[in-house]
Structures are given as C-alpha cells and as structure tokens.
Design a protein around this ligand. Structure first.
Ligand SMILES: CSC[C@@H](O)[C@@H](O)C(=O)COP(=O)(O)O
Length: 368
C-alpha cells in the first residue's frame, strides 16, 4: 500500500543489505514515518515486545526473520529450538507468531546445518509473499459483503463499516485483513465510510487505522470506543469488520480488547459482525477461546497515560488518572462464536463454527 504515493510493504529485505529487514517503527506513526533496520534476534524480539511491529500476521513474519538472524553463528538443532522458544514467548496471544516459527523450524530441520540461513531466508520471503496473496484474497471475499450491503441500500448513500484496532496493511505484510475489503470497495468506487474505534489504551485505531485509511483516501471518522453502540442503534453502521489474533477450532475470536463489547452491541442491533483472518490465525489446538486463549497483560501505564501530539507539534505523553491510582491492561478479549456473523478467510466466508471452518479447511490437522 502507499504512503505519500510510494508503495511499501510493512516489512522488506533491502537489496543492498540482504542480511537485515526493514520495518516501520509503528510507535512513531502517524507523526513520523520512520523505518528501522533489524539484523539480530534481540532487535527483533525487542521490536515485537515494544510494539514497534505489531498486528498478528506481521509479528509472525518478522519473527521468522528473527529466527534466521539467531542462526547466523550457530544453526544447530539446539540453537534453532532455543531461538524458536525465545521468539514465541515475545507476545502470547497472536497465534500467527507460533505458526510462523513452527513453519520455519519444520522446514529448517530438513535442511543441512550449513545451508539453514540461506534456506531460512527463502522460506521467510515465501511466507511474506504468501501473506500478501492471502490478504488480497481475503479482500476479494470481504468485498462481496460490502458490495451486497451497497446493493441492499439501493446503491444510495454510503456503506458504513465499523472497525476496531488496526487490521490494515500496517498489521500485515501488505493489504491487511479487515481493511483489505474496504480498500477494494473504495477502489471499485463503492462509497465506503469507516467508523474507526480509537482503540484505547494504545489507540491503534486513531493512530494507525486512521493514518492508513487517510493515506489511501478512504473516508473515515475516529470515534470513542464507547460510541459504536450508539451509532449501531442509530442505524449508522451497516457492518462491522475486525481482524483477529487467534480463532479457535469452534470459531471463538480473540482480538484487541473491546472487540467483545462491539460484538454484543452488534448482536443487539442486528448489525452483521464479520471477522477477517488468514488461516494462519486459526488455532486448531484450542476450542473454548474464553477458557483457553492466553490474554496478554500489558503495562498499566498504557491505560494511565495517553500519548499524542503536544500543542507545539512534538509527540508527548500525559497522565489521565490520579497519581496514586492503579491500572490494569488486558490487551485482548474473546468474542464467542455465537456473536460472530461469519469469518472472512482466503478461501471464502464461513460460519464461525467448527463445521464452517472445516468446510473451508478440511485438511488441517488437529494436533494432539
Ligand atoms: C491483521 S491484524 C489483527 C489483529 O492482530 C489486530 O486486530 C490486533 O488486535 C492487533 O493487536 P496489537 O496489540 O496492536 O498487535
């Protein structure tokens, strides 16, 4: 996707420095568009933990390169397993991280030690290219839903989509998941407007989603997280599309904290609630999302402080709670499958259920 007219992926290997990757420092968006070079495992782990890179698919892709960096001096089985373990621990909820690392390890174990670094680059590059293709396919399937909503309105007015957090190109290698259908609808000439939940505490909506929609020329309005139910009651939301960090075998959906409340409001107002995901986000080992998905607990400072632009134009941080108050910060919640209208995957749309997922992905193994 483009920033100021120039096409980028969220992650690339510079042609003049093939043993590194470059990422956008997402903690600087939208105030600064700054890239970072990552060339060792520690830098990758730090970038993931500090959320310089974030979004489930992108975390997985970046971690895949982190694994290769870890093998530069020692590519033995022991070193491979140890690095894989360290990288998987960097963030607990998004399953794409484990998926990407497991894919890399499985492949590299079949390769002689001396060839593992080169083979690793080829595999990670392929993983990135696949991510782009998969998200594009999700976009095409989701576009059908937006087109239908547009036709249901007699092609009058605007299709209003509400989204939560950032599941756009910034969160993937390119295109995004929840935002891919929106970009395609916009490019096709369907008048689409996006209600962008600000997504406290880290404001991925107001900082990242608004930035990328604006860069692409998509009409959008940033709203307080608490406003979505009101707009649904007022008939001003035609559909909700969100991304996800992990979907269980029975269709429960973990996503950014606050997603569950949006699903409840959508259910109460008969607003379709769709979840867009690559199949790498399905955790076939887990069934009951509420009981089984680990929820990342992040620093309370993310709740107690707000980061934004100061009046003088410099980024700054202010406290929004009394000095002595404690905070708590679960970063994700789980929306039960019964509240999800359906899942948009690279193979098409399906019910948020085991039957629905198995209908599209019959060959997936259910690991013990
Ligand atoms: C395509 S990204 C889907 C999800 O990863 C996204 O909605 C989300 O919750 C991201 O959380 P974050 O904590 O910003 O990594």
């Amino acid at each position: 996707m483009k920033i100021n007219g120039t096409a980028y992926r969220s992650l690339w290997r510079p042609t003049d420095d093939r043993n590194s990757i470059r990422i956008f420092d997402q903690t600087r968006f939208p105030w600064e568009v700054e890239t970072l070079a990552l060339r060792d495992e520690d830098a990758v782990a730090h970038a993931i933990r500090s959320m310089q890179v974030r979004g489930a698919p992108l975390i997985g892709a970046v971690a895949a390169y982190g694994l290769i960096f870890a093998l530069q001096n020692d590519a033995s089985d022991a070193a491979l397993e140890a690095a894989a373990h360290r990288l998987v621990e960097t963030r607990p909820t998004a399953i794409n991280l484990r998926w990407a690392i497991e894919r890399m390890v499985k492949h590299l174990r079949t390769v002689p030690v001396a060839q593992r670094v080169e083979a690793g680059y080829a595999e990670a590059d392929a993983l990135c290219d696949e991510d782009v293709a998969v998200n594009e396919a999700i976009g095409r399937h989701g576009l059908e839903l937006i087109r239908k909503a547009w036709e249901a309105k007699g092609k009058q007015g605007t299709v209003n989509v509400l989204t939560h957090c950032n599941a756009g190109w910034i969160a993937t290698v390119d295109w995004g998941t929840a935002l891919a259908p929106i970009y395609m609808a916009h490019d096709e000439g369907i008048p689409v407007h996006v209600w962008v939940d600000e997504t406290r505490p880290r404001n991925q909506g107001s900082l990242l989603t608004a930035f990328e929609l604006g860069s692409h020329g998509v009409a959008h309005t940033v709203i307080a997280d608490n406003a979505g139910g009101h707009y649904m009651q007022a008939g001003q939301v035609d559909l909700v599309i969100v991304g996800t960090d992990r979907v269980t075998a029975q269709g429960d959906v973990a996503n950014k904290i606050g997603t569950y409340l949006k699903a409840l409001a959508a259910h109460d107002n008969n607003v379709p609630f769709w979840v867009a995901l690559p199949s790498s986000t399905i955790d076939w080992r887990v069934r009951d999302g509420v009981k089984e998905i680990p929820i990342e607990e992040r620093s309370a400072d993310e709740v107690l402080y707000v980061t934004g632009l100061e009046a003088d134009g410099t980024p700054g941080r202010v406290r929004v709670a009394p000095p002595a108050s404690n905070g708590a910060n679960p970063a994700f919640d789980v929306t039960p499958a019964r509240l999800v209208t359906g899942l948009i995957t690279e193979r098409g749309c399906c019910d948020a259920s085991e039957a629905g997922l198995r209908g599209l992905f019959p060959a997936e193994n259910n690991p013990a």
